[in-house]
Design a protein around this ligand. Structure first.
Ligand code: 5GP
Ligand code: ZN
Length: 112
């Protein structure tokens, strides 16, 4: 079972920010910004490469939740970034679809 599936199953603890039956949001263990939350589907989807007509609904739900969380976390006005890394060159280190919500500092662009 992958590490984020273990977090969903509570085998590994996390600092939870939001949870419902479909998704979980928790603080990144190694934050890159003052606000760094990971939002994941509870269902194991490996990456964007594995989103399809059958499982895509949760992605919309993740984004409506990200909009609410950005407001709750106080970064909606200042601005923030949502990132999902895919595969080796995309910098994905955990093979379970996740969206980084990053904010609370000037993030710069483009990424390194
Ligand atoms: P990726 O590099 O795959 O886009 O992002 C994976 C993220 O998961 C990294 O930012 C890393 O710090 C975070 N991470 C890895 N293991 C754990 C963990 O056990 N708990 C939490 N909360 N975050 C983790
Ligand atoms: Zn998983």
């Amino acid at each position: 079972m992958c590490i984020f599936c273990k977090i969903v199953d509570k085998e590994i603890p996390c600092t939870k920010v939001y949870e419902d039956e479909k998704i979980l949001a928790f603080k990144d263990i190694n934050p890159s910004a003052p606000v760094h939350v990971l939002v994941i589907p509870k269902e194991h989807i490996t990456s964007v490469n594995y989103i399809n007509e059958g499982n895509a609904e949760v992605v919309g739900h993740i984004f409506t939740t990200i909009a609410k969380l950005a407001k709750e976390l106080g970064v909606d006005e200042s601005g923030y970034r949502v990132v999902t890394n895919i595969g080796m060159q995309g910098g994905q280190s955990v093979a379970h679809l996740h969206f980084h919500l990053l904010g609370g500092r000037n993030l710069g662009w483009p990424p390194g």
